[in-house]
Design a protein around this ligand. Structure first.
Ligand code: PGA
Length: 261
């Protein structure tokens, strides 16, 4: 796993946006896996700036979001449909037909989940999957104990996730939907590249366990150690519990040195 440690949140967002930009310039019909939450907001902001100021073209891009709550309508201010519209989709030229977010109002969830997997496969698979990490080590809504081979499915959120997400529901944990649809860990692991983003001390323990701890379903993000192309981009605070910080910094400095030769 490549670990990139930056001093500010803005820098980590910039690096993530540059990885996506470079991939998009090489492959205009890029398939992006997208995440919600506070972590990727800076990344979306940077990509919107690239669209508006540099003419980065998203017209052939296809997107698949990781997850969505079940039990609130798409138009709910805290739905991930609303989040994506506000932070990204309303500001770039990704065509409506190419945007996919798990459907929180599907009548038959099982059939919907199977169809979501089929749509990802039909699009040729995900080229770059953006991931945040929960304080409990979850990726998407794959909570502790998720099968490391799981596919898109209905899940129940853990108390730690409900507590963390209550801040978006005026601090009212009982207002956070307990059930969600999430891409599975097996689905995520099939992405050609994963970008794991984290900032702040609240994520340092989860990052240390995910990057340097044993691979276990009790820390779902730890499976990324088995992914052939995961780049973990974090700030100093999120890196503060890692043991090998100096080594990661030296490795990244050497990579930049080689690239500039
Ligand atoms: P956050 O959420 O970006 O809002 O911290 C990340 C997650 O829970 O996956």
């Amino acid at each position: 796993m490549e670990i990139i440690i930056q001093s500010t949140y803005k820098q980590l967002a910039t690096i993530a946006s540059e990885i996506i930009r470079d991939a998009l310039l090489k492959k205009p019909d890029l398939v992006l896996g997208l995440a919600t939450g506070s972590t990727p907001i800076g990344l979306y902001k940077a990509l919107v700036r690239m669209y508006k100021e540099d003419g980065l073209d998203f017209s052939s891009v296809t997107t698949f979001n990781l997850d969505e709550y079940v039990g609130i309508p798409c138009e709910h201010p805290q739905s991930y449909h609303t989040f994506m519209a506000n932070h990204f989709f309303d500001h770039v030229n990704i065509s409506m037909k190419n945007r996919h977010i798990p459907q929180n109002t599907a009548e038959n969830h099982e059939a919907f989940c199977a169809a979501y997997e089929e749509a990802i496969a039909r699009a040729g698979g995900i080229d770059i999957q953006v991931l945040g990490i929960g304080t409990d080590g979850h990726i998407g809504f794959n909570e502790v104990g998720s099968s490391l081979a799981s596919r898109t499915r209905i899940v129940t959120l853990t108390e730690s996730t409900l507590v963390a997400n209550a801040s978006h529901f005026e601090g009212d944990m009982s207002a956070v939907p307990e059930i969600a649809i999430t891409m599975g860990i097996g689905t995520i692991m099939e992405a050609k590249q994963c970008l794991l983003l984290a900032n702040g001390t609240s994520k340092s323990e989860a990052i240390a366990k995910a990057v340097e701890g044993p691979i276990t379903s009790m820390v779902p993000a730890s499976i990324l150690q088995m992914h052939p192309n995961t780049v973990t981009i974090i700030d100093e605070s999120a890196a503060s519990d890692l043991k090998e910080v100096e080594y990661y910094k030296r490795s990244y400095a050497n990579k930049l040195k080689l690239q500039s030769q």
